[in-house]
Design a protein around this ligand. Structure first.
Ligand SMILES: Nc1ncnc2c1ncn2[C@@H]1O[C@H](COP(=O)(O)OP(=O)(O)OP(=O)(O)O)[C@@H](O)[C@H]1O
Ligand SMILES: [Mg+2]
Length: 618
C-alpha cells in the first residue's frame, strides 16, 4: 500500500462539516462505493414503516366506511399485505445495517493503515520517533471516535433521515396544508429537545464530579482517621462530608429532573401536533379535506415523523465529535511527505537489488523559529562520508554504540530523507529518481518500535497487503517458522494485540512486523532491531524469521544483538557517524578493534543476563 499524495487533500482548519465528510468519503472509497444502495435499502426499510398507516387508511375508507358494510376479505388482504411489507422492510433494514457495519469497519481499517503508513513516511527532519508515536496515538483515538460513531450514529442518521423524508413526502401528498402544520409545530420540538439534552449532559457531568468529590472526602476521613482523632477535627470533617453529600444529591436530582423532562417532551409535542392536525382536518370536513381513513393515517404518520427528531438531537453531538475526529485524521494525511517525488521516475529493475552508497553525509536540520528537541545541533554530521557497496542478496549487519547513526543510515537507504551530501543508488537507480510507491513496494523497513494497532495479530500482519487472505497469513507464519509462537497466543491469530501492541512484548511486536514484511515480500529488507531487551525465546524466533527472510533478498539488519551480526555475511561498524570497520564477524573479532570491544561487552552482558535468567524464580 502506498502513502497517499498530499496535494489532493488540500485542507484548511476552517473546512465545514460537509467538506470534511466529502473528503473523508474520497479517501475511504470502500465506504463511498455502494453507499447509494445502502441508502436505498434503508429507505425501503423506512418505507415499510409507513405502509401500515397507508393500509389502515385503505382499510377504513374502502373496507369499513366506503361500501356501507365491512369488507372482511379486503381488510384481511390488506392486513396480510401489511405483514409482508413489515417483513420486507425489516430484512431490507437489516441488510442496510450489515452493509454499513461491514463497510465502515473496512473503511476505518484502510484509513488507519493509510495513516500509519503516512506517519511512517513523514519527513524525517521534522518527526522523530516520539513525535511519530504521539501522532499515531492521537490518530488512533480519533479513529476510535469514528468507530463509535459508525456503530450507532451512522445507522441512526440513515434510519432517521430516510424515515423523515419518506414520511414527509407522504404527508405532503395526503394533504399539504396539514403536513405543513405538522412540520411547523414539530420544529420547536427539535429546539426544545436539543436544549434539554445539552443541560442533561452538563448536569450528568456535574453529578459525576460531585460524586467524585464526595468519595474523595469520605476516603480522606477514613484514611486519616487517627490524625483526625488526634487533632479533634472530627466535627469539621463531618460537616465537609455532609456538605459534599448534599451537593452530590442536589446535582443528581437535577440530572434526573432533566432526564424526566426529556422523555415526555416528545410526547407532549406529538399531542399538540396531532391535536392540531385533527382539529384542522375535522374543520376542513370530509368534502374539502381528508377522508376518515386518511385522517387516521395522517395521525399515525405524524407520530412517525416526530420519532426521528428525538434521535437526531441525540446523535448531533456524536456526529460533531466524529466530524472533528475525521478532520484531524485528514489533517494528518495533509502533512507533506518529503523528500519530493521525481517528475519522471525510473522504475527499479526486477530481481534482487544491490545498494551503493557514495560519500554520504547527513545532518538533521533544526527547524528555524521553533524549538527543536533533537540532540544534534544545526550542521552536526551524524553520518560522515559513508561509502560502501552492498551486493544484491547480501545479508549485512550494522552495529555501533547508541547514537552512532545506524538508524539514520537505514532511513537514508529507505529514503525517509535525502543525504546532505553524496548519493545512494538501489539496483543502479539513484533513490532520487525512484517513485515512492515503487520504492515502498520493493524495500520494507521494520523499525525499532513498529506500529501495531489495536486489532488481531492477523490483521496486523495483513495490513501491508490489503488483498491478503487468512491462508496467506498462515502461509507466512509457517514460512517464517513461527507457528508455535502463534499457537502459544491465547487465541492464535485472532489474539488482539492491545493499543499500540501493548499486550505483546517489544520482541513480539517486531516478530509481527517481520511477518508483515514477509507477506509484503520486498527485495530489500531493513530491520532495525528493538533496543529494549527481548526475552531469549523471542530472540530465537526473530533470528529464525530473519534468517528465512534474509536468504532470498538483500537484508540490512541494524543489530543491537551481536548474535545477529555474527550470523550475517558482513558487518558494518559505525562509530560517531563514521564507518570504522567493515568485514565478516570472525575477521573483525580478530582485528581487535571497535567491533571486538563491542562484541566482548555484549558477550559479558549476555552471560550476566543469561546467568540471571537461570536463577530460580526469575
Ligand atoms: N529526528 C532527529 N533529529 C535530530 N537529531 C537526531 C534525530 N534522530 C537522531 N538524531 C541524532 O542523530 C544521531 C544518530 O542517531 P541514530 O538514531 O541514527 O543512532 P542509532 O545508532 O540508531 O542509535 P540507537 O542504537 O540508540 O538506536 C544521534 O546523535 C541522535 O541524537
Ligand atoms: Mg537506532
Amino acid at each position: 500500500m502506498t502513502a497517499p499524495q498530499s496535494p489532493s487533500f488540500g485542507a484548511g482548519a476552517t473546512d465545514s462539516a460537509i467538506v470534511t465528510i466529502r473528503r473523508g468519503l474520497a479517501v475511504a472509497p470502500v465506504l463511498r462505493n455502494g453507499l447509494g444502495l445502502t441508502f436505498v435499502l434503508a429507505a425501503v426499510g423506512s418505507a415499510g414503516r409507513i405502509v401500515v398507516p397507508i393500509l389502515i387508511q385503505q382499510a377504513i375508507d374502502k373496507g369499513i366506511v366506503g361500501s356501507g358494510e365491512v369488507n372482511v376479505g379486503l381488510v384481511a388482504q390488506l392486513a396480510l399485505l401489511a405483514g409482508a411489507a413489515v417483513c420486507v422492510a425489516a430484512v431490507a433494514f437489516r441488510m442496510a445495517q450489515v452493509r454499513l457495519g461491514e463497510r465502515s469497519e473496512q473503511a476505518l481499517y484502510d484509513l488507519r493503515s493509510m495513516l500509519i503508513n503516512h506517519i511512517n513516511y513523514l519527513s524525517l527532519d521534522d518527526h522523530n520517533e516520539e513525535r511519530r508515536g504521539g501522532l499515531v496515538a492521537r490518530v488512533t483515538s480519533d479513529i476510535e471516535t469514528l468507530t463509535q460513531f459508525f456503530q450507532w450514529g451512522g445507522m441512526a442518521w440513515m434510519r432517521s433521515s430516510t424515515l423523515m423524508s419518506i414520511v414527509g413526502i407522504v404527508m405532503l401528498a395526503y394533504d399539504w396544508l396539514l403536513a405543513l402544520i405538522a412540520f411547523a409545530i414539530s420544529f420547536p420540538l427539535a429546539l426544545v429537545l436539543r436544549a434539554v439534552q445539552k443541560r442533561l449532559v452538563v448536569a450528568h457531568g456535574q453529578a459525576r464530579q460531585s460524586n467524585g468529590i464526595m468519595l474523595g472526602a469520605i476516603a480522606e476521613v477514613v484514611s486519616g482517621a487517627p490524625a483526625v482523632r488526634a487533632y479533634g477535627a472530627g466535627t469539621m470533617l463531618a460537616s465537609v462530608v455532609e456538605e459534599t453529600t448534599e451537593r452530590k444529591a442536589r446535582d443528581q436530582i437535577r440530572a434526573a429532573l432533566y432526564g424526566a423532562f426529556l422523555f415526555p417532551s416528545g410526547e407532549i409535542f406529538a399531542v399538540f401536533t396531532v391535536s392540531a392536525v385533527i382539529g384542522v382536518g375535522v374543520w376542513q370536513g370530509p368534502t374539502d379535506g381528508l377522508t376518515a381513513g386518511a385522517l387516521v393515517s395522517f395521525v399515525f404518520l405524524t407520530y412517525r415523523f416526530l420519532e426521528p427528531i428525538a434521535e437526531f438531537t441525540e446523535i448531533i453531538d456524536q456526529t460533531q465529535t466524529a466530524v472533528a475526529g475525521l478532520h484531524r485524521v485528514l489533517s494528518v494525511l495533509d502533512m507533506p511527505i518529503t523528500p519530493t517525488e521525481p517528475h519522471e521516475p525510473t522504475p527499479l529493475p526486477s530481481g534482487r537489488l544491490e545498494i551503493a552508497i557514495e560519500h554520504v553525509d547527513y545532518s538533521y536540520p533544526t527547524r528555524t523559529g521553533e524549538h527543536s528537541d533533537s540532540a544534534a545541533g544545526e550542521g552536526v554530521l551524524v553520518l560522515q562520508d559513508i561509502s560502501l557497496l552492498i551486493p544484491a542478496g547480501q545479508q549485512v549487519a550494522v552495529v555501533g554504540s547508541t547514537g552512532s547513526g545506524k538508524t539514520t543510515l537505514g532511513r537514508l537507504i529507505a529514503r525517509f530523507a535525502d543525504p546532505t551530501n553524496g548519493t545512494i543508488t538501489v539496483g543502479g537507480v539513484p533513490l532520487t529518481a525512484v517513485a515512492r510507491s515503487n520504492l515502498r513496494s520493493r524495500l520494507v523497513v521494520v523499525s525499532q518500535e513498529p506500529f501495531l494497532f489495536d486489532d488481531s495479530v492477523e490483521r496486523n500482519i495483513a495490513f501491508a497487503c490489503s488483498g491478503a487472505s487468512r491462508d496467506d497469513v498462515e502461509g507466512i507464519v509457517r514460512h517464517l517458522d513461527v507457528v508455535e509462537w502463534v499457537d502459544s497466543l491465547s487465541e492464535g491469530l485472532e489474539t488482539r494485540v492491545g493499543e499500540r501492541g501493548s499486550r505483546l512484548s517489544a520482541g513480539e511486536r517486531q516478530l509481527v512486523a517481520l511477518l508483515r514484511a514477509g507477506l509484503a515480500d520486498p527485495d530489500v529488507l531493513i530491520l532495525d532491531e528493538a533496543t529494549s531487551s527481548v526475552d531469549a525465546l523471542t530472540e530465537v524466533r526473530i533470528a529464525r524469521a530473519l534468517d528465512v527472510l534474509a536468504s532470498t533478498r538483500t537484508t540490512i539488519a541494524i543489530a543491537h544483538r551481536l548474535s545477529t551480526a555474527s550470523r550475517s555475511d558482513r558487518v558494518l561498524v559505525l562509530a560517531g557517524g563514521i564507518l570504522v570497520e567493515d568485514g565478516h564477524h570472525d575477521e573483525l573479532v580478530q582485528m581487535d578493534g571497535t567491533y571486538a570491544r563491542l562484541f566482548d561487552a555484549w558477550m559479558s552482558a549476555t552471560s550476566i543476563r543469561d546467568g540471571e535468567s537461570m536463577q530460580p524464580n526469575k
